[in-house]
Write a protein that binds this ligand. Structure first.
Ligand code: IPD
Length: 277
């Protein structure tokens, strides 16, 4: 019911804000702390773990019957049918470099199998929050209730032709896949207004909702990168899809206004953007 969804949105937002404050304050200490650790990367890893363990212990208190799927720890099964999908720091490279484009992503989803980790291609997201603590932006969405940025309703941007579109994308961490991703960018760049690689998939999807990106695609996204941001985009009126008639999944996520996503999707299909070369 709408009230249940509202409750889930409230939980998602409260958790994302709490974890966001933890990682933001942790980042401010990063330079000093790093001196006593082997590398900055260690500090980031420590903050990832601390943020996820905070999210998990709050969920255990507030939602003891729900399952949890997170980036850093094993899937925790539940009995309610609801799974929380959490990314304790999305955009870890930005976090490491002191850029503000990082976020905590928290979503509540239901899937056909409540005991197994839900498959993004089959789940239904009910509630989501993407909170960027450094610049204080909070995106929320509830299924059927719309999407907001800091309380203001969001609407996806106009369906511009590809050549007038600002397109966001991202790259994986494996060299062979990056080679393919580089080839796709080389083909796409002459056909669009410009390309952005922000480095935080959840914020890219929220940018579709806010109309600050026209289109977005990425191969290799994990459930926690997508769960909340995709709902924000969809509730703002965007289409979030995969290639070749499939739902968005690890092999490819494409998002943007209906009537425009299709052109990008056809372009990516023709280039076999969902293969690794
Ligand atoms: C990464 C970011 C990045 C995307 C990568 C993700 P992480 O998430 O969202 O923008 O291109 O595919 O893995 O590792 O910082 O949580």
């Amino acid at each position: 019911s709408p009230d249940q969804v509202r409750t889930l949105v409230e939980v998602a937002e409260a958790l994302a804000r709490e974890a966001g404050a933890l990682i933001r304050d942790g980042r401010r200490q990063l330079v000093t702390v790093a001196a006593t650790k082997s590398s900055d990367q260690d500090v980031v890893t420590a903050m990832d773990l601390a943020s996820e363990s905070l999210l998990r212990s709050r969920l255990a208190e507030l939602r003891p019957h729900d399952a949890i799927l997170g980036e850093e720890e094993a899937f925790r099964p539940g009995t309610s049918g609801i799974t929380w999908v959490v990314d304790p720091i999305d955009g870890t490279v930005n976090y490491l470099y002191g850029s503000s484009a990082y976020a905590v992503s928290v979503a509540a989803v239901i899937g056909p199998d409540p005991v197994a980790a839900p498959d993004p291609a089959t789940w239904t997201a009910l509630a989501g929050c993407v909170h960027a603590p450094e610049d204080g932006r909070t995106f929320t969405a509830g299924r059927g209730l719309g999407a907001t940025l800091d309380g203001t309703a969001l609407r996806v941007g106009p369906a511009r032709p590809l050549i007038d579109s600002l397109v966001g994308t991202g790259f994986g961490y494996v060299a062979s896949r990056r080679r393919v991703q580089g080839r796709i960018v080389a083909e796409l760049l002459p056909q669009v207004r410009d390309i952005r690689r922000v480095g935080c998939a959840s914020l890219d999807l929220c940018a579709i909702a806010a109309g600050t990106l026209d289109l977005y695609y990425e191969r290799g996204l994990q459930p926690w990168d997508v769960a909340a941001g995709a709902l924000v985009a969809q509730e703002a009126g965007a289409l979030v899809t995969g290639l070749r008639g499939q739902a968005a999944q690890e092999s490819m996520t494409v998002a943007g206004p209906p009537g425009r996503v299709e052109e990008l999707r056809a372009f990516l299909e023709a280039l076999d953007a969902d293969s690794d070369g």
